[in-house]
Ligand binder design. Structure first.
Ligand code: UDP
Length: 330
């Protein structure tokens, strides 16, 4: 049993990781400003400190609830499109949050750190599946901000012996299989919740962003990885931090096209997903699929929900039970 600080623990991936830690008997303190996260996503068994990562009083309050075995840092701005409208804000806030939290951890004597990183580090990749050896050439300010966060942690490692794991997520999807947490973003930009909302009639029909990509059915291919599998990977890398810092690409290793997602959501929902064909969205690579071989080899991690059907089924179950999201529970 150990105690962990989880920043952004009221958000999508953060809240599922909090559940994974609590499920194995650990204690959790969440630091979240609730600007994007939801109070209802933080289980009663976790302590919640409401505040920003750059707020020294909030950090002090959170670290006073330690000592922590490690910090898991999820809090960040994370919308690729939005980052291209306000690049300085994304780079400034994401790097400032990371450096403030890492600095407070060092001062508190905590030298293990897990960073939510992203496949957006790779921009338009040279080849698929994407392994860790591929060049880091982000094509969005969001991707750049996470690359800078990873590089900042290299200095924390070198100077303060802080060992870190940077996990480059591909497309997080699905919901806690026990129905305790799910996905709620505002605005929602992600394919699966938009397709589910369209099928449920709670959202507008979906627009498919382009059907002229060089893929078998012309729509973009992505690697959808179940959010509880993502959460599990955070636990798996923790023992490695006794020895070294690591970076891993984290996905299912299987790609699904937008059309396949629409078909799958229709099948799970038992009704078709209303949709229309639209133009390409700027900055979308044709295909992003992870090679998570290194993570599997080093930690034994393997997805429990590798199939798109089961991923969508958990998402559908959560959205059906929470048509108004977390507001419902309040
Ligand atoms: N997509 C789409 N319509 C939408 C939202 C997304 O066709 O309303 C496509 C998008 O172009 C991409 C895939 O679905 O190919 C996954 O997009 P999402 O925003 O969920 O994740 P991303 O891959 O951008 O991180």
């Amino acid at each position: 049993m150990a105690r962990y600080l989880v920043t952004g623990g009221a958000g999508y991936v953060g809240s599922h990781t909090v559940l994974a830690l609590l499920d194995r008997g650990d204690e959790v303190v969440v630091l979240d400003d609730l600007s994007k996260g939801h109070r209802g996503a933080v289980p009663a068994a976790a302590k919640l400190v409401v505040g920003r990562c750059t707020d020294s009083a909030a950090l002090e309050q959170a670290f006073a609830l330690g000592p922590f075995e490690a910090v898991l840092h999820f809090a960040a701005l994370s919308l690729v499109g939005d980052s291209m409208r306000q690049p300085m804000r994304y780079i400034g806030e994401n790097v400032a949050g990371l450096t403030a939290v890492a600095d407070a951890a060092v001062r508190a004597g905590c030298r293990k750190f897990v960073l939510s990183s992203t496949a957006a580090l790779f921009g338009f990749p040279e080849r698929v599946p994407i392994d860790e050896a591929q060049p880091l050439l982000p094509v969005s300010a969001y991707g750049e901000s996470k690359l800078l966060c990873e590089r900042a942690l290299d200095w924390a490692d070198r100077v303060h012996a802080m060992r870190f794991a940077a996990l480059r997520y591909f497309n997080a999807a699905g919901a806690d299989p026990a129905g305790r947490a799910g996905e709620e973003h505002d605005p929602e930009t992600h394919l699966i919740p938009l397709a589910i909302g369209a099928a449920m009639g709670t959202r507008a029909p979906l627009t498919v962003f382009g059907t002229d990509y060089p893929t078998p059915d012309g729509t973009c291919i992505r690697d959808y990885v179940h959010v509880s599998d993502l959460a599990e990977a955070h636990l798996r890398v923790l023992p490695l931090l006794d020895h070294r810092s690591v970076r891993y690409n984290l996905g299912n290793g299987t790609g699904y096209s937008v059309k396949q997602v629409i078909e799958t959501v229709g099948r799970v929902a038992g009704r078709p997903v209303p949709h229309a064909i639209g133009p390409r969205r700027e900055g979308d690579p044709a295909s992003l699929v992870a090679s998570s071989e290194a993570l599997r080899r080093d930690t034994g991690w393997a997805p429990r929900f590798p199939g798109l059907d089961e991923i969508v089924r958990t998402a559908w179950a959560w959205h059906s039970a929470h048509p108004r999201g977390y507001a419902q529970a309040a």
